[in-house]
Design a protein around this ligand. Structure first.
Ligand code: AP5
Length: 214
């Protein structure tokens, strides 16, 4: 099964993708996470990613395509994937269709998670992420253990560089201009199911499970 978790910054895509990978035994393919890990390696490519990410701008399509092509070839993705934060432009969606088509697969469902801008800002400015395993927390809504370390691996929790209100607003503008039009692209293929992204993590998971029929 190949599923796109779609939605604006802070909709809860990463949080829900991690829950679904455990359930469905297919990997999360999150281009944002892949770019952050490249950046953390200190490579030249990572520095180029950072020049866009730190300003809330989208990374150019050609750079994203290469990342995903390599990731999709890995063995754990042979039965499907949960795409989180990708595709983000119509050319990215077209190239994903092409990549999947070559291996006789296609996107089965696009789950559009709906959350208002004020809520997105609250969520993102309170987000903390584990440096070691990527587990995502929120200081109020999904609080980490009292010792302030990751509950999975005891790793250090940090705030993402692009998680300031100013950058979130820029990311939201990019979403409206370049990513929201994908709803029309996938809508024309009758693949989109909209779910509210507001409520407890369990409630949102249940809505997504229903949307993808598991
Ligand atoms: P990326 O990392 O993909 O960020 P994003 O899409 O902006 O989404 P977020 O990770 O901010 O939010 P999310 O929806 O995953 O929410 P989360 O589950 O963490 O991209 C970052 C940057 O990389 C981009 O700006 C761009 O520069 C670049 N990039 C990445 N992919 C690209 C691509 N394909 N093309 C071009 N550029 C690309 O939840 C957020 C917070 O809310 C957490 O604290 C969580 O605990 C909390 N929360 C989650 N669910 C709930 C709930 N139900 N109730 C209350 N709180 C909740």
């Amino acid at each position: 099964m190949d599923v796109v978790l779609f939605g604006p910054p802070g909709a809860g895509k990463g949080t829900q993708a991690k829950r679904l990978t455990d359930m469905l035994r297919i990997p999360q393919i999150a281009t944002g996470d892949m770019m952050r890990s490249e950046r953390a390696s200190g490579s030249e490519l990572g520095k180029r990613f950072d020049s866009f990410m730190s300003q809330g701008k989208l990374v150019p399509d050609a750079m994203v395509l290469e990342l995903v092509e390599v990731r999709l070839r890995k063995d754990d993705a042979k039965n499907g994937a949960i795409f989180d934060g990708y595709p983000r432009t119509i050319p990215q969606a077209e190239s994903l269709d092409g990549m999947l088509g070559k291996i006789s697969r296609k996107i089965d469902r696009v789950v559009s998670m709906e959350v208002e801008l004020d809520e997105q800002i609250q969520r993102i400015t309170g987000r903390r992420t584990c440096l070691a395993c990527g587990q995502v927390y929120h200081l109020i809504y999904n609080a980490p253990p009292a010792n302030g370390r990751c509950g999975n691996c005891a790793g250090e929790l940090v705030q993402r560089k692009d998680d300031t209100e100013e950058v979130v607003r820029k990311r939201h503008e990019e979403y409206l201009a370049n990513t929201a039009p994908l709803l029309g692209y996938y809508g024309a293929k009758d693949l989109v199911v909209s779910v509210s992204g507001v409520g407890s993590l369990d409630d949102v998971t249940e809505r997504i499970k229903k949307a993808i029929g598991v």
